[in-house]
Ligand binder design. Structure first.
Ligand code: AMP
Length: 375
């Protein structure tokens, strides 16, 4: 089976690493000549709309994406020739925060209050309704905290408007969450759904820093998250992995956004689950039976952002799994991740304590905060 992937970043790279073991071959299309999936797959360097690139993709048996902002119309055109999974409808919804929030609302999945913003008067009128704090976001092309501004006082309005005005925006009420969490589920072409356990996620500057799984929440909360993600999967007649990101607090769960692809918050599944999200995504895309999603232990995954630490030091930590994406270092760029796996939460605590002296202070305090949330 030859699988084409639009987008050649670390998600495509980890998909290819999993799929090669299933006997699959990969072609990745990416506008950048140094896309890191190129080490595991045939890399076609071309713009999304480029006909030459499309020709190479059309020689594949299935298409999927590692990037949610591949233009939905490109996926639409390709889907006339071969199965594109998940399909263009999921991308059209995930690419526009307004369409996405309206879909959540229609499916009975709670969301913060929101308003479409086209002009300054729209913004002022919406703020009258929502109050401060609030979050102003671009409707399109926002990811990793890009294209958004938190409005805490009236003084924040003008700088936010200067930075973001002139494009379609959405204003959302600020959610006073206690934790963020994410649930990844996979749906086969025959409609079978399997869930990974809910993860706790921690973001800094809008970028995911770590994920702890399973999230230490009541089963009722986890069941609610599974029900919400099922509604999305069914409505979109979805095939593959999907991640729903949620806010958790005294109000229950509220949806923030969904990603129509494999997701950073489920990277722990490589070591922590019987079948990783990457393998299960490909199984679904290629009409193979889904694999078990049972956990093999308690997992803590954390990202290396901006710089890779010295593996010579950290690989001495027992049970630490190392993933270096082979990318050029740049501030704010995800370059790799590591996962700790332990039989009990106490085992994770021990491993984090052992690692602390080997970590930069910011990562050390993030990890400590994750395993001892009350402290
Ligand atoms: P997003 O790009 O929408 O995923 O936002 C990135 C991060 O900003 C989220 O993971 C939250 O930490 C924070 N955030 C986004 N929207 C809200 C909101 N309405 N209320 C509180 N925090 C938010």
């Amino acid at each position: 089976m030859r699988v084409g992937i639009l987008g050649g970043g670390q998600l495509a790279r980890m998909m290819a690493a999993a799929g090669i073991e299933l006997g699959m071959e990969f072609v990745v299309l990416d506008p950048s000549p140094d896309a890191c999936a190129g080490r595991f797959a045939e890399l076609v360097t071309a713009a999304w709309q480029d006909a030459t690139g499309a020709e190479r993709l059309l020689a594949c048996d299935r298409l999927t994406c590692d990037f949610e902002n591949v233009p939905a119309e490109v996926l639409d055109a390709l889907s006339a020739s071969l199965p594109v999974r998940p399909g263009p409808a999921a991308f059209a919804a995930a690419q526009d925060r307004l369409v996405e929030k309206r879909l959540f609302r229609e499916l009975g999945i709670p969301v913060p209050d929101f308003f479409a913003i086209e002009s300054r008067p729209d913004l002022l009128a919406a703020l009258e309704q929502i109050g401060l704090p609030a979050v102003l976001k671009t409707r399109r092309m926002g990811y990793d905290g890009k294209g958004q501004a938190v409005l805490r006082s009236s003084e924040d309005l003008e700088p936010a408007w200067q930075a973001l005005g002139g494009q379609p925006l959405i204003l959302e009420a600020w959610v006073p969450f206690e934790h963020e969490c994410a649930i990844t589920a996979v749906r086969s072409s025959g409609g079978e759904i399997r869930h990974y356990p809910l993860s706790w996620t921690v973001h800094q500057d809008g970028i995911l820093r770590l994920a702890l799984a399973p999230a230490p929440v009541d089963e009722a909360v986890a069941a609610q998250a599974r029900e919400y993600v099922d509604r999305l999967l069914e409505r979109l007649d979805y095939v593959g992995c999907l991640t729903l990101e949620l806010f958790a607090g005294p109000f229950g769960l509220m949806a923030n956004e969904f990603a129509p692809r494999v997701h950073n918050s489920a990277h722990w599944t490589i070591e922590g689950s019987v079948t990783s999200q990457f393998e299960n995504h490909l199984r679904a895309v290629c009409d193979l039976p889904l694999g078990a999603t049972d956990m093999l232990g308690h997992a803590l995954m954390f990202n290396w952002i901006g710089a890779m630490p010295d593996p010579g030091l950290l690989l001495s930590v027992p049970g630490l799994a190392w993933h270096d994406y082979g990318k050029q270092a740049r501030p704010g760029r995800k370059l790799g991740h590591a996962t700790l796996l332990a039989a009990h939460p106490a085992g994770l605590n021990e491993a984090v304590r052992a690692m602390r002296p080997l970590l930069d202070t910011q990562t050390a305090s993030l990890l400590t905060g994750a395993i001892t949330p009350e402290g």
